[in-house]
Design a protein around this ligand. Structure first.
Ligand code: ADP
Ligand code: GLC
Length: 481
């Protein structure tokens, strides 16, 4: 099956979060199943710099409402075909891909991702200028949310699948954006792309796509409720016959403790003792007291309200008195960054904070920490808790979304079934988090049970194959209807 996979980030070319990992690994897994997938991504400077060669495929000179752009073709590092949407006026700039250096959204984001959506619709449309014509267009998050709307109003195009990676980001812009992006006026309707008087990219995608998916079965249920529907629960409930939750997988090559180059010693289920060298290296590198016995808790995350770092900062003084050490890596909210750095200054040798995005360090933390902290308020899927289980680093997680679907709480019953692989708390309070950490630490000090929990996690299958097969089935069902 020919599938156009539209995304605003793809690892390792450009990454701000899990969407990039999924955009690399899922197309790759689908290719192994025999599908013919092309990934379409904007031509940010990081993308163009990372590629050795590309060729000019098509020019889009006069798209109503947009500056001139062109389509380049190249290959992803795994050999998969890649289309790059080159439009220097919209994508060639210093700063983040969604925000400028001060953290403010780019003021022309509607145009930037309107163009991505539009070009995807042209390529999936009846009059595509390319010889390669997709049978399915697979859109991801709000940045490609307008593609299903554009396609809906130009008959003869390919059916669309819309995947929600995070409902908290919807791409909502003022009503005049409809005309600026040359969207048909009929689409600006409560039964369409309008969201309380504004244009919502994501709502458009959810409304017009043939099928909607999200990245875990539990999150698929949660987004139909008032608590986690972010205002779109009504629409999602209406569409629930064509809404499917499919758990993300992880890239077994990228995230494999037996081959990972970021580690100082590789290990697997048969050589778990190799993990300790990574802990000592991590402590040394982070300026923590180098001690093999003290439990070390790690966190790698965007610093946002979603991820619950505020709770971790609150419980930290008690946590280190257990005793335990804490290493934090992340960036985002400036106040959270400052608070995390202040904590490290207050507890030298016991808490270390790195503000920034550091791929290699994130791997070393997964391997070197004893426990991984992921107390997200909500979590569509989450990848780090799966990476950490693979690395023999049981996660401590809040019972939400994909965390429910991928971590088995350690208790008598799950231990007896060899399923216990982490520690789950139910209420998003410092009290419940602390109790859960204490519970995890008491298991940590019972070495035999601890090793069992580590091995259960490492032996789990988090590969992409089963999930990729489910996406393939959904593509087929879209073609059949
Ligand atoms: P989200 O996409 O919501 O941020 P996920 O758990 O799905 O959460 O994916 C996050 C991805 O980004 C993981 O691969 C994680 O290791 C990575 N990541 C997040 N913050 C950092 C950071 N500061 N440095 C390196 N990698 C990071
Ligand atoms: C989003 C979600 C995260 C998910 C990722 C990839 O960023 O916050 O939970 O794992 O997308 O689907």
């Amino acid at each position: 099956m020919r599938v156009l996979f539209v995304t605003s980030e793809v690892a390792p070319l450009i990454k701000t979060g899990g969407l990039a990992d999924v955009s690399a690994a899922l197309p790759s897994a689908l290719r192994r199943l025999g599908d013919d997938i092309k990934v379409l991504v904007p031509g940010y400077p990081q993308v163009l710099k990372a590629l050795d060669t590309f060729k000019i495929e098509t020019l889009f000179l006069k798209l109503e409402g947009f500056p001139e752009s062109r389509l380049l073709s190249s290959l992803l590092p795994d050999g998969g075909p890649l289309w790059i949407l080159d439009c220097p006026e919209l994508y060639q700039r210093e700063g983040g891909i969604y925000q400028d250096k001060t953290g403010a959204d780019w003021p022309d984001n509607a145009k930037r991702f309107g163009l991505l959506s539009k070009v995807a619709a042209i390529l999936g449309g009846a009059d595509s200028p390319s010889d390669w014509k997709p049978e399915i267009v697979h859109c991801n998050d709000w940045q490609s949310g307008l593609t299903p709307a554009y396609l809906h109003f130009s008959p003869g195009g390919a059916p669309c699948v819309m995947t929600i990676h995070n409902l908290a980001f919807q791409g909502v812009f003022p009503p005049q954006t409809v005309a600026e992006l040359a969207l048909p006026e009929e689409s600006f309707h409560p039964h369409g792309a309008e969201f309380y008087g504004n244009l919502s990219f994501l709502k458009a995608g959810l409304y017009y796509a043939n099928h909607v998916t999200t990245v875990s079965p539990s999150y698929a249920e949660e987004i139909q409720t008032d608590a986690l529907g972010f205002g779109l629960q009504g629409l999602l409930k209406n569409r629930n016959k064509s809404l499917t939750g499919i758990l993300n997988g992880i890239d077994d090559n990228e995230w494999n403790p037996s081959t990972d180059k970021a580690l100082v010693q590789n290990y697997d289920v048969n050589s778990l003792e190799g993990k300790i060298a990574n802990k000592l290296e991590l402590q040394k590198r982070m300026g923590l007291n180098v001690e093999s016995e003290i439990p070390l808790l790690g966190l790698v995350s965007r610093f946002t309200f979603q991820k619950g770092l505020d709770l971790v900062l609150e419980v930290a003084p008690q946590l280190i008195s257990f005793p335990a050490q804490l290493v934090l890596l992340g960036s985002g909210d400036v106040t959270m960054q400052n608070n995390a750095q202040a904590l490290a200054r207050r507890y030298p040798g016991q808490v270390a904070t790195v503000v920034g995005f550091d791929e290699a360090l994130s791997h070393l933390i997964e391997a070197g920490a004893d426990l991984f902290l992921m107390p997200s308020r909500f979590e569509p899927c989450g990848l780090n808790q799966m990476y950490s289980q693979r690395y023999g680093t049981p996660p401590i997680v809040h019972s939400t979304g994909g965390l429910i679907d991928s971590v088995s709480d350690c208790n008598k019953a799950s231990l007896a079934k060899n399923q216990a692989s982490g520690f789950v708390f139910n209420k998003m309070t410092t009290h419940d988090l602390l109790i859960c950490i204490q519970r995890a630490l008491s298991v940590y000090h019972d070495r035999k049970t601890w090793t069992k929990v580590q091995l259960n996690g490492m032996n789990k299958d988090f590969g992409w194959q089963a999930s990729a097969a489910k996406y393939h089935e959904i593509y087929q069902s879209c073609l059949a209807n």
